[in-house]
Ligand binder design. Sequence first.
Ligand code: PLP
Length: 405
Amino acid sequence: MTATTLAPERTVSELIALEEQYGAHNYHPLDVVIERASGAWVFDVDGRRYLDFLAAYSAVNQGHCHPAILQALVEQAQKVTLTSRAFRNDQLPLLYRDLHELTGFEMALPMNSGAEAVETALKAARKWGETVKGIPTNQSEIIVASGNFHGRTIAIVGFSSDAQYRSGFGPFAPGFREVAFGDISALEQAITPHTTAFLVEPIQGEAGILLPPAGYLAAAADLCRKHNVLLIVDEIQSGLGRTGKLFAFEHEGIHPDVAIIGKALSGGFYPVSAVLSSREILGVFHPGDHGSTFGGNPLACAVARAALRVLVDENLVARSAQLGAYALERLQHIQSAKVKEIRGKGLWIAIELNQPARPICEALQHRGVLCKETHSTVIRIAPPLVIGREDLDWGLEQIEAVLTA
Ligand SMILES: *Cc1c(COP(=O)(O)O)cnc(C)c1O
């Protein structure tokens, strides 16, 4: 590499050209090049500011660059960042305690990305199935829901119902069965003596913020209990305040066997995820059964502890419920032939359109609001939960203007 190739490239078009030339094209981002961010706002390389209505798919529920989380990151980074789990560190036990006290789950297993935590939950469930429930070796069946999104590993995309997520990536791991999301009798019919677990998002985010019929999760929990099947709830996007409860499953008054969290667990600073469960289920893991070099590292734990503290100290769960109900009502009053349906829970709202969503997202970008389409006709509204009421109002006005133009 020569000195000239290391020269700073600053213009938007140069940066985009570099990304297109040297990076794999596995995303189709809006052409806004963000340089810094604070709270609910992001700033591009030309200094233009945008209201962030995506919040990194709910990873920055606490707002961008939250000062308390930043301080925890810097302080911990000056002490020790990674020990590996070959040795103990002084932050992991405190994260375990904080997670237990906040969520009530007996135990946790820390990982990094969401997909890894899902894989971890599936491994725990299969091992529980064989060693506790008594399912014969390699006969375990795990039920998943149509339209699911649980990440991008080969095992996970293998049970996706999205053809693009699977196409070209086979062969896939066996042992998964799909049932229609929201259909309790389909779940009941799919359960066999070999069923280990039912893995489900309480509200399907990537599918377009799809809410199952009221009572579905509670009925699923009853069915699972009756058949000794583990209920695994993927709260990676719906959890940690996004829907106006700490966990979306609380809307149905249930307590699942396993909950998977990620994204906002670090407030966007660092990849941190965790599987929350009981002593009986996580107790199936013995030394050497599972692991991760970075999982449970002291930097991740310090950041996650600070991120959880911000959720509590700033009442972000209640804030999501209040601002979300307000925003939903305002959006539902918009009269526009472009709109098919507006639905949501907490500060997690879908605008389903009668037309492609991408041009609407681009029009919003020009007005200073960043949203991203999901499944071509849905716009997801998910600002950081710290957003101010006036900023929220301003963003909703831009949406109204674009939808009624
Ligand atoms: C984002 C997400 C994942 C995957 O998380 P990664 O950190 O991207 O691996 C899994 N499940 C749900 C519901 C998600 O929203």
